[in-house]
Design a binder for this molecule. Structure first.
Ligand code: GDP
Length: 300
């Protein structure tokens, strides 16, 4: 928790302070509650959710007649955790099936942190004693394969790559084949995030998925979203959700924004849980998303 708090954007901790500051005012009048609602909207939580949190909290504070800061903090925490969804299944399917590795596809727009997330996730799994193979199916960006190779040697994972411009599906196919041959536990495939046209993207990701499924099940399709891009990121997410069956979201760059409320919006709109969060560029800056710890870290 201390680490999480240290790595969240400073502005996010300031956001928590603002909320608690509002609630510790001498008089909690309409203005104060409105300000609370506005602050939640500013954090990208979405207007409807901000309204609900405010209304529910207001009712509870009034019913209990409490102004005890510790109790008010708990009530606020409770409301936020409820909106984030304390009971969603956020587990990652990374276990092999018999002699087949688990296969994870990592999708998202370029620049969101896909390649970095693949590397960091490999690091977590290798740290847990698993064997991992990284497939560099982002063949459109010159540096992507090299970047993934660097991550591979850094964290101790095999890497399958081909020349720039190769069909991504062929890299994905080879990655899974090599994963099966060398009996690794988990294959993580980094894909290209070209949002040129929706049908183009659909064809590309669809083909990658189909060739993988000739050899093994796809266990997870993780959508990587950059938390700093706000509504723009939400728009991208909608397109990807129409094109592939996303099983989880990775929200990156939470160290660089106060807009952590996007977690709530993403989950509501896409109907899939945020499973992981990126908290920096380093190998250990990926964490499972835990609503309680997250809200605790924000509220300080
Ligand atoms: P891709 O094009 O989606 O594969 O994106 P990359 O993995 O190349 O990442 C783009 C940039 O974002 C790189 O400079 C990464 O170091 C940086 N990045 C990725 N994840 C995070 C994160 O969680 N926090 C921060 N601050 N930077 C990140």
């Amino acid at each position: 928790l201390v680490r999480l708090r240290a790595r969240l954007a400073r502005s996010q901790n300031a956001f928590g302070k603002t909320l608690l500051g509002l609630l510790s005012r001498e008089t909690l009048d309409d203005d104060a509650w409105e300000e609370l609602e506005d602050t939640l909207i500013t954090a990208d939580m979405g207007a409807a959710v901000a309204r609900q949190v405010t209304d529910d909290l207001r009712t509870r504070v009034q019913v209990l007649g409490t102004r005890d800061p510790a109790q008010v903090r708990e009530l606020l925490k409770d409301e936020l955790v409820k909106q984030i969804g304390a009971d969603l299944d956020r587990s990652l399917a990374t276990e092999p099936h018999g002699n087949r590795p688990a296969v994870l596809l990592v999708v998202g727009v370029n620049g969101t942190g896909k390649t970095t997330t693949c590397g960091k996730l490999a690091r977590v799994l290798v740290g847990d004693g698993r064997t991992v193979l990284l497939g560099a199916a982002d063949t459109f960006r010159a540096a992507a394969a090299e970047q993934l190779e660097t991550w591979g040697s850094r964290v101790g994972a095999q890497v399958v790559r081909k020349d720039e411009g190769t069909d991504p599906a062929s890299v994905a196919f080879d990655a899974v084949r090599q994963g099966i041959e060398s009996k690794v536990d988990t294959v993580i495939i980094d894909t290209a995030g070209r949002l040129h046209t929706k049908t183009g993207l659909m064809d590309e990701l669809g083909k990658v998925k189909r060739v993988v499924e000739k050899q093994a099940d796809v266990d997870e399709v993780l959508l990587v979203l950059d938390a700093t891009t706000g509504q723009n990121g939400m728009q991208q997410a909608r397109v990807f959700a129409e094109v592939v069956n996303i099983t989880g979201v990775v929200l990156t760059k939470l160290d660089g924004t106060a807009k952590g409320g996007i977690v709530v919006q993403v989950q509501r709109e896409l109907g899939v849980p945020v499973k992981l969060v990126g908290l920096g560029e380093g190998p250990d800056d990926l964490a499972p998303f835990e609503p309680e710890a997250f809200v605790d870290a924000i509220l300080g």
